[in-house]
Design a protein around this ligand. Structure first.
Ligand code: B12
Ligand code: SF4
Ligand code: SF4
Length: 390
């Protein structure tokens, strides 16, 4: 996720005499013409089940310290807290999957999850604003929310009859799968909402559960964020050691539980995804990444959710990926990791020590470090490689 944005669209003075059903039709038409793949309408009553789940998962520690919608569950599940007088929520979904790009470059690369290849929230917002304009024209107030924590998007989309909750927690659209970003227009308009939610269509499928590299799907529809790679690459601080190998070449996001999902596969076979958009970033050159300045990294990837807005977390991810996919006989990889263990930043040093150990280059690991986390990592790597303690 990138940075939070919200916009209040001005109230129009003149309310047109259009029935709620006609207005709902206008909303659907405008949304589809604006490029949305699905449009649904929900009532703006509090999302009491999602609220219960947020509190429950927080109490169980499954949120792993995430803030987002967990920061204030009572607000993020109440549309009226975001827009006083809200009566309906129009939900839009926009497909983000694109065909795999042709690989380029000869260095080790890091993988970016599909939702982050390009900014799909920008066209989503444009489409949602067109819906908002139509409602404003009818004299109603609106608030566009996309990539925002003021509402639990999947829960409101489910209520709007757009899709069902998969066992991997994603919202799947019937016949279309889950490669969608979601956004909403909160409005004071009393629109007719979906008559019934979409029925579960996972059926007997269980494909996503064993496909998760870290066992983060702890129960159907329940993700332990502390194990989910998508969170671990965004979280501040040290990536827990037991998940570093599973991270593989990922530097941002994780798609495994969606890649294996039959509705996604069937859809992509029937309608092959369009080519990547201009500027889409599906992979990054890990060695180049480690050379970039803070400003350059943020200029390239600043719209991503980066812990503390500090690009050191991207470098940390790149170092782990380099440990997983770099080659020990590639002098550029060795030099990059030597640079990491010489860094003034203990976070990078400790992951650099791990990466050297992972590549069997324990002999290059320094004997000592004043920082306790780095010193502990050095001790572990030396023990794993049967090297004498420093
Ligand atoms: C926090 C967050 C994360 C966290 C935690 C994810 C999580 N599952 O909680 C992390 C960083 C790990 C994450 C990862 C991803 N995220 Co995210 N994330 C969010 C965010 C900000 C809040 C989600 C939230 O409130 N969760 C709270 C819990 C209670 O809800 P839930 O886990 O979504 O569970 C729902 C269902 O599973 C269902 N449910 C609950 N119990 C049960 C039981 C059964 C049996 C079943 C079937 C269902 C079910 O109810 C819940 C909703 O009420 C939303 C944006 C937003 N404002 O809503 C995006 C959002 C959910 N993320 C999104 C995306 C794209 C992703 C990733 C695919 C990105 C990636 N490739 O790396 C992964 C997918 C990981 C996964 N399998 O869920 C999209 C999802 C679109 C979709 N089609 O579903 C959203 C909606 C952003 C957006 N606006 O488009 N995300
Ligand atoms: S995003 Fe990756 S780590 Fe998270 S639940 Fe899905 S497969 Fe597991
Ligand atoms: S992989 Fe199967 S069980 Fe998992 S979400 Fe997709 S259809 Fe449902």
């Amino acid at each position: 996720m990138s940075q939070r944005r919200r916009e209040l669209v001005a109230t129009s003075a003149h309310r047109k005499t259009t029935s709620p059903y006609e207005l709902a039709q206008v909303v659907h038409d405008v949304g589809r013409r604006a490029g949305l793949d699905a449009v649904g309408i929900a009532s703006a009553e509090p999302l009491s089940e999602a609220r219960r789940l947020l509190h429950e998962r927080k109490a169980q520690g499954l949120h792993a310290g995430m803030r987002f919608t967990y920061k204030n569950p009572d607000r993020s599940t109440d549309p009226q807290a975001a827009l006083a007088g809200a009566r309906s929520v129009v939900v839009g979904a926009l497909r983000y999957s694109r065909a795999d790009p042709v690989a380029s470059g000869d260095g080790p690369t890091g993988r970016v999850a599909r939702y982050a290849w390009g900014d799909r929230y920008a066209p989503l917002r444009v489409a949602l604003h067109q819906i908002a304009d139509a409602l404003n024209h009818g004299g109603f107030r609106t608030l566009v929310l996309a990539d925002d924590n003021s509402i639990v998007d999947r829960a409101i989309a489910h209520r709007a009859g757009i899709g069902w909750f998969g066992r991997n927690a994603n919202l799947l659209l019937p016949g279309q799968g889950s490669w969608f970003v979601l956004g909403s227009v909160l409005t004071t308009a009393p629109l007719p909402s979906a008559s019934a939610p979409v029925a579960d269509a996972c059926g007997t499928c269980r494909a996503c559960e064993p496909a998760c590299p870290t066992g983060a799907i702890v129960a159907p529809g329940v993700i332990d964020a502390g194990r989910c790679l998508a969170w671990l690459v965004q979280a501040p601080g040290v990536i827990p050691r037991q998940f570093r190998e599973a991270l593989g070449d990922r530097v941002y996001g994780c798609d495994d539980c969606q890649e294996v999902c039959p509705p996604n596969r069937i859809h992509d076979r029937r309608e092959p995804p369009s080519p990547p958009d201009e500027g889409d970033v599906a992979t990054v050159d890990l060695l180049e990444w480690l050379e970039l300045s803070d400003a350059e990294l943020m200029a390239r990837h600043g719209r991503w959710y980066i812990a503390e807005r500090d690009p050191r977390h991207l470098r940390r991810n790149a170092i782990v990926a380099l440990g997983n996919v770099g080659r020990a006989d590639d002098p550029r990889v060795v030099e990059a990791l030597r640079g990491a263990v010489r860094s003034s930043d203990a976070l990078l040093r400790s992951h650099g020590v791990w990466a050297l150990g992972r590549l069997g280059l324990g002999a290059l690991v320094p004997a000592h470090d004043d920082d306790p986390t780095v010193a502990e990592e050095i001790g572990l790597v030396r023990a794993e490689m049967n090297l004498p303690a420093g």
